[in-house]
Every structure is written in structure tokens, then in C-alpha cells.
Design a protein around this ligand. Structure first.
Ligand code: NAD
Ligand code: ZN
Length: 349
């Protein structure tokens, strides 16, 4: 079968023929419906090497940690899963039995350091291929929802959902403001989730004008970058500042912007893996501001994200690619040329 393989550190992935996987005990083989191209993959194939980055991301493996598909075959011991049904894949693969995994939060597995993989598509062969084998425990049913357009939900949907849910106490009540920085795959869905879950006014910014237009179409108030941006954001909040900021870039200037516009007792969540730094100082931030980071989300939350999708409350905007054009999806992602999450659909849209 055709697969997008990360073959060697600091090299662009390759499209090549590999063996179709067989599902092991407790696993299910999916015929892939969709596999999203995430900016984290760019870090995997550009930034990491033997000295930098998680050891589990050692090449080679098939990319695609955000995928969906139809059950093709079930492995030994798997029950209650019908061939042909559509599922979303919860990517993270923890030990399955520690406290974190027991609550469906494999991302914070207590045994992560000794696990061979981080996730399906991150160490273990992922969904950017015609078929993928995944643990049955990681399947979230899609029912009759379109699995191709749903693929981004498993990361570009789940990651902002988890970050936003943790910030809900700061957004509860009237007159609240949220700010989304970086309106790519994750940021655009973040705008939709904030609208679905809170009554807050959503302010959004990106260096790309077309990205801001898409956010505006989803109801966000957009504020362009450049001189005086922090003042203009503060003005949009009536002067009090932003209650919850979500930074989907995570470089020095975006974290600095977040900390300069956050309100007293507000919360800044850095989701973007830009490796930025911020020099905290007692007088440099309003009182009781929380600055935190989040990583992906839980299995239970992915069920909730699917509920929002099936209710029509969130709809990922996607740009579909065939498996033969999969590398073009990564090229466009890196070049900032996508108008929606890139989804590779090996068996057609
Ligand atoms: P993307 O490339 O689709 O979107 C990034 C967006 O940020 C683009 O629209 C780009 O124009 C914009 N941008 C870049 N620099 C900017 C700046 N200085 N100011 C404002 N906007 C800027 O990427 P994505 O797939 O949505 O991922 C976003 C980030 O989140 C990446 O760093 C990715 O690695 C990270 N990520 C984190 C997690 C997690 O669990 N924490 C999960 C998935 C992705
Ligand atoms: Zn665990």
C-alpha cells in the first residue's frame, strides 16, 4: 500500500510502498478515510534528531496522528466493533492502566518515558496511508457523520477543545473575552468551539489576512498585527483585557502579546509548539494570571468533540488531497498556503 513515511531525521517525508499492516491482538485495521497534516509533523521532520525531541519519534514510521477510517478487519479478542463502521482515531497511546490512562488521558501517561511510541503517527505507524492498525480502545464512533471531513477533529479539534474546557471557569458569565492567536488548522476550530461552548466575544489574529477573514466568517472580531496591536485588542475588550488567551503559535512575540493583553485573573494557554520563552516578573503580569500549556486531550473529550460535530456546531474547513498528492499537503502547510486543514483521503472524498 502507499504510505507517507518519515524515513530519516531532518528530511522531508517520502511517499512509498510498504506492506499493508495486520491488526495484532486488541487492534483493528482501518481503511483510512482521512488523515490530517498537522504542523507538529513539521517539527517531527525538520527540528528533531537523536539529541533533540522525544526518543520515541525516531524514524522510520508512517506519519498521520489525526485520522479516521472504516473498519476493515478486527484483531484477536476485539468484540463489539463491526466491519464497515466509521471511527475517529484517538492518537495518543499510553500504557492503558496508569491513573492518567484510566481517565482516558493517555497524553499524560505516567509510564510515557518507557512506552515505545507517543501515538499512532508519532512513533507508531500512522494514518497517512491506505490502511492503519490501531488499538481498539482508541476508536471513537462517528456514526453516520462524514469520516473524511471529520479526520481533523482528532487533533485540530481535540487539542483546542481540551485547552478551552480547562479555561471555561475564566470565561463563565457575561461580558467575557477570548483571544485566539494563530488561525490555522487548530485556531480556526478553536474559534468555533469557543462560540459553541461560551458566550464570550472571540477576538482573533493571524499574520495572514485570509486566515482572519475565515475566522471573521465564523463570528470572530479580528485584530491585525503590527504596531499598537495590544492596544487595539485591549480596546476591543472595553479596556479590561482578555479573560482567556489561546496561543496556537507559541513563539516569543505571541506569548508576549498574550501576556500584554490578558486581564486580571485571566488565563493564557500556550498550545503552539514554537518553543518561545517569556520572562515572568511580579510586576510584569496582572495579578493572578495563569500561564500554562496543554497537550492534546482525552478520549472522553474526543467523544464530546464528535457530539459537537454531529450537532453541526463545529465544522472543520478542509482541503482534500489524494494519497499521490500527500507530500503536496505538507509542502503547502509549511509554506502557509492552505485554506483549511489539509486532509489526505486515500480512498477518495
Ligand atoms: P498551522 O500551520 O495550520 O497554523 C498556524 C497558523 O499560525 C497559521 O495560520 C499562521 O499564519 C499563523 N501564524 C504563524 N506565526 C504567527 C504569528 N507570529 N502571529 C500570528 N499568527 C501566526 O498549524 P496547526 O497545525 O494549526 O498547529 C498550530 C501549532 O500548534 C503548531 O505549533 C503545532 O505544532 C501545535 N500543536 C500543538 C498541539 C498540542 O497538543 N499542544 C497539538 C497539535 C498542534
Ligand atoms: Zn498510562
Amino acid at each position: 500500500m502507499k504510505a507517507v513515511v518519515f524515513d530519516a531525521y531532518k528530511t522531508f517525508p517520502r511517499l512509498r510502498e510498504i506492506d499493508k499492516p495486520t491488526p495484532g491482538p486488541g487492534e483493528v485495521l482501518l481503511k483510512v478515510a482521512g488523515a490530517g497534516a498537522c504542523h507538529s509533523d513539521v517539527a517531527v521532520f525538520r527540528d528533531f534528531d537523536a539529541d533533540f525531541g522525544p526518543a520515541q519519534l525516531k524514524p522510520s514510521f508512517v506519519l498521520g496522528h489525526e485520522s479516521s477510517g472504516w473498519v476493515e478487519e478486527v484483531g484477536e479478542g476485539v468484540t463489539g466493533i463491526e466491519v464497515g463502521d466509521a471511527y475517529l482515531v484517538y492518537g495518543p497511546t499510553g500504557c492503558g492502566h496508569c491513573r492518567a490512562c484510566s481517565r482516558g488521558q493517555d497524553t499524560y501517561c505516567e509510564n510515557a518515558a518507557t512506552m515505545p511510541y507517543l501515538a499512532t503517527g508519532l512513533g507508531r505507524d500512522g494514518g497517512m496511508a491506505e490502511y492503519v492498525a490501531v488499538p481498539a480502545r482508541n476508536l471513537v464512533p462517528l456514526g453516520d457523520a462524514d469520516p473524511v471531513a471529520a479526520a481533523p477533529l482528532s487533533d485540530a479539534g481535540l487539542t483546542p477543545y481540551h485547552a478551552i474546557k480547562l479555561a471555561l471557569p475564566t470565561l463563565a458569565g457575561g461580558g467575557k473575552h477570548a483571544l485566539v492567536i494563530g488561525l490555522g488548522g487548530l485556531g480556526q476550530i478553536a474559534v468555533q468551539i469557543l462560540t459553541a461552548l461560551t458566550g464570550a466575544t472571540v477576538i482573533a489574529t493571524d499574520t495572514r489576512e485570509d486566515a482572519m477573514q475565515r475566522a471573521a466568517a465564523n463570528g470572530a472580531v479580528t485584530v491585525a498585527g503590527g504596531e499598537g496591536q495590544a492596544d487595539r485588542i485591549r480596546e476591543a475588550t472595553g479596556g479590561k483585557g482578555v479573560d482567556a488567551v489561546f496561543d496556537f503559535v507559541g513563539v516569543d512575540p505571541t506569548i508576549a502579546l498574550a501576556m500584554s493583553v490578558v486581564a486580571l485573573r485571566g488565563r493564557v494557554t500556550v498550545v503552539g509548539i514554537g518553543n518561545g520563552t517569556f520572562a515572568w516578573n511580579f510586576y510584569g503580569a496582572p495579578y493572578e494570571v495563569e500561564l500554562t500549556s496543554t497537550y492534546w486531550g482525552t478520549i472522553e473529550e474526543l467523544h464530546e468533540v464528535v457530539d459537537l460535530y454531529r450537532a453541526g456546531q463545529i465544522t472543520p474547513e478542509v482541503e482534500i488531497f489524494s494519497i499521490d498528492d500527500a507530500l503536496e499537503a505538507y509542502r503547502k502547510l509549511e509554506a502557509g498556503e492552505l485554506a483549511g486543514r489539509a486532509v489526505v483521503a486515500p480512498h477518495g472524498a
